[in-house]
Design a protein around this ligand. Sequence first.
Ligand SMILES: [Cu+2]
Length: 280
Amino acid sequence: MKVSNGQMGRRILGFAVAATALAAAGAAYAGTLGQPAPWEMTLQPSASPVMDSITWFHHFMLTIIVAITLFVLALLIIVAVKFNSKSNPVPSKTTHNTVIEVVWTIVPVLILVAIAVPSFRLLFQQLDIPKADLTIKATGKQWYWSYAYPDNGKFEFDSLMVADKQPRLLAVDNEVVVPVNKVIRIQTTGADVIHSFAIPAFGIKIDAIPGRLNETWFKATKEGMFYGQCSELCGKDHAFMPIAVKVVSDQEFAAWVEAAKKKFASNPSNSFASIGTAAQ
Ligand SMILES: [Cu+2]
């Protein structure tokens, strides 16, 4: 098939228009704060400093990847159009070009260094936990989460999915409540099998492993409801053990703690996990 330069130009323009339309659609379908949205194409809106960094790093990487892909595509098109057997019947016998060989070695090294620096900075931000204002222990169980507040009177409660509450498959009976703009340390473990504690808007995902206590942290910068899910295939109801975090002001948090201490205090049969033991 003979393709003229004009046709090729129109095709490239077509691809560019399609790509721009796709990107615009992506921006239009950027999710709702704290939960997934239909047709969402990008990351959930950020609500923590770590997620801000993850979002920035994602855009940074995407820019580099798109630039490299377009560059390689342009080279391929040039080669295919200019150096096919029809337009270039007598090929050149060139085998070496020192300048270009030095360039295609040095430039990728520089690109990798440019990626490595912010990548390590992000890893340190995630793994180096700042001084925590509050610690919450999240225990993954088949198939729900239990939360303990050791700093606030050591109460514990279970959080189970509620089938007829919105958002569907994400709403729970007892939400985790945390104060806004405070460093929350999450300690997580598994009571039976490996689960994973993940909340996209806070940029956290950490395995909950039996016999181990893993730590991560977040600082919620916005008030509201934030949802996550168990992110390690853990059994038949893996899809039905959501994580719901309610971010509130300091005063509301203090009031909730007082109410929760009474609600979840003393009576072990309050705990779904302890029902079996209490009955014996
Ligand atoms: Cu699980």
